[in-house]
Design a protein around this ligand. Structure first.
Ligand SMILES: O=C(CO)[C@@H](O)[C@H](O)COP(=O)(O)O
Length: 168
């Protein structure tokens, strides 16, 4: 199973070794707290055998992650937060979609994750903007039939990819 770990912490470097030991597959840190050491951080994450991801909060300009994607040792994924980090059950923020779209246009093959308020009602917006990795909490765990919700989210991404010029 792929263990996608998103660390909403101020000192991600301190946790890389622990997450390697614990068997994490991906380690995502926040760009807001890694302005000075992101290169070293990406290197340490990848040297530990994990995929590296960078997350950005709703108020952080998307341009801040461009250097991390364009680096010689780049991140494998960008996580665009679609709520303020903190807790589940918040409402999806559609105003974050232009960031997803800007990333998809600039980096057609990049993994772009969205997290916060993703559900059958919001998947179309996120997937059509270019997101291909979906984090969903309440919509899945609060559902009578979680498998059905997961299938709907997956179909939303598949449908957008099939019809989009970005993925062709
Ligand atoms: O943890 C956060 C935000 O920090 C949540 O966004 C969850 O990761 C997803 O929860 P739902 O929004 O799907 O309930």
């Amino acid at each position: 199973m792929y263990m996608d770990c998103h660390l909403m912490v101020t000192n991600p470097m301190d946790y890389v070794d622990e997450f390697v030991k614990a068997g994490a597959s991906g380690f995502t840190f926040h760009v807001e707290v890694a302005k000075d050491n992101w290169q070293e951080l990406i290197h340490k994450i990848k040297a530990g055998g994990m995929r590296a991801g960078v997350a950005l909060r709703p108020g952080t300009p998307v341009e801040e992650v461009f250097p991390l994607v364009e680096s010689q040792e780049p991140v494998d994924m960008v996580l665009v937060m679609t709520v303020e980090p903190g807790f589940g059950g918040q409402s999806f923020m559609p105003e974050t979609m232009p960031k997803v779209n800007a990333l998809r246009r600039k980096f057609p093959l990049l993994d772009i994750e969205v997290d916060g308020g993703l559900a059958p009602a919001t998947i179309k917006q996120a997937a059509e903007a270019g997101a291909n990795c979906i984090v969903a909490g309440s919509a899945v765990f609060g559902a009578k039939d979680p498998a059905e919700v997961i299938a709907t989210l997956r179909q939303g991404v598949d449908a957008a990819q099939t019809s989009s010029i970005f993925f062709k």
